[in-house]
Write a protein that binds this ligand. Structure first.
Ligand SMILES: CC(C)(COP(=O)(O)OP(=O)(O)OC[C@H]1O[C@@H](n2cnc3c(N)ncnc32)[C@H](O)[C@@H]1OP(=O)(O)O)[C@@H](O)C(=O)NCCC(=O)NCCS
Length: 184
């Protein structure tokens, strides 16, 4: 069922019941229209002006790390990963992360962030997952503030929202430099 056709009564029933736990799976080409529509709903037309969008223009997302969340088989959320490097260290930029408004507060967003990070770092060729987001949402999941201004973006960004997840806990404060291509 497309999100556009998802009846609000069904969505309300989903929200009311804790048994409708979100699950995640890898995205495929058939999800492209859903993801595009979801990002338009979640971020609006201003999404194309965001600094993160500029990074994704320069360094394409890794579609093999694109995840979709579902509730009872209905797609409800999405996350992308962009391979990057900072100061010669490989990692990923997480985003956009979005959950459809009819399916929020079910845990889909946190599940997507956690799961995509686990799967990326398990590949072993990158050391961190950086994002620009709210501390209140991401820090309880293990993301940490970075040194203000140490990571340079190709556009304006609030440095207090630049967060890093890494197994090496020193990386959040030592990562420094411009965002560059993932070193193959
Ligand atoms: C942010 C977003 C992905 C959360 O999706 P979700 O599936 O509802 O998230 P979860 O169910 O895992 O977590 C919901 C909890 O996080 C809280 N939360 C949501 N956004 C938050 C934010 N920006 N800062 C702090 N807490 C936030 C909710 O209030 C809720 O709290 P509760 O569990 O105490 O009720 C979703 O609201 C969304 O798509 N927003 C628009 C796009 C966006 O801002 N994306 C993130 C860009 S960094």
């Amino acid at each position: 069922m497309s999100l556009l056709s998802a009846p609000s009564a069904a969505a309300a029933a989903v929200s009311a019941s804790p048994i409708h736990a979100p699950t995640v799976r890898y995205a495929n080409a058939a999800d492209d229209a859903f993801i595009e529509e979801l990002q338009a709903i979640a971020f609006g037309p201003g999404r194309f002006a965001r600094t993160a969008f500029r990074i994704r223009e320069r360094f394409p997302i890794d579609k093999s790390l694109s995840l979709v969340a579902e509730v009872d088989g209905t797609p409800c959320g999405s996350v992308w990963m962009t391979p990057i490097s900072i100061g010669g260290i490989n990692g990923w930029m997480l985003g956009p992360l979005a959950t459809h408004p009819n399916f929020r507060k079910l845990g889909a967003g946190k599940l997507l962030a956690r799961e995509v990070t686990k799967r990326a770092l398990a590949r072993g060729d990158g050391q961190f997952v950086m994002l620009v987001g709210d501390r209140d949402y991401y820090c309880p999941l293990g993301w940490e503030p970075t040194t203000l201004g140490a990571i340079q973006f190709p556009g304006p960004v609030d440095p207090t929202r630049v967060l890093v997840y890494a197994d090496d806990k020193s990386l959040a404060t030592t990562l420094s430099g411009s965002i560059a291509a993932f070193q193959r």
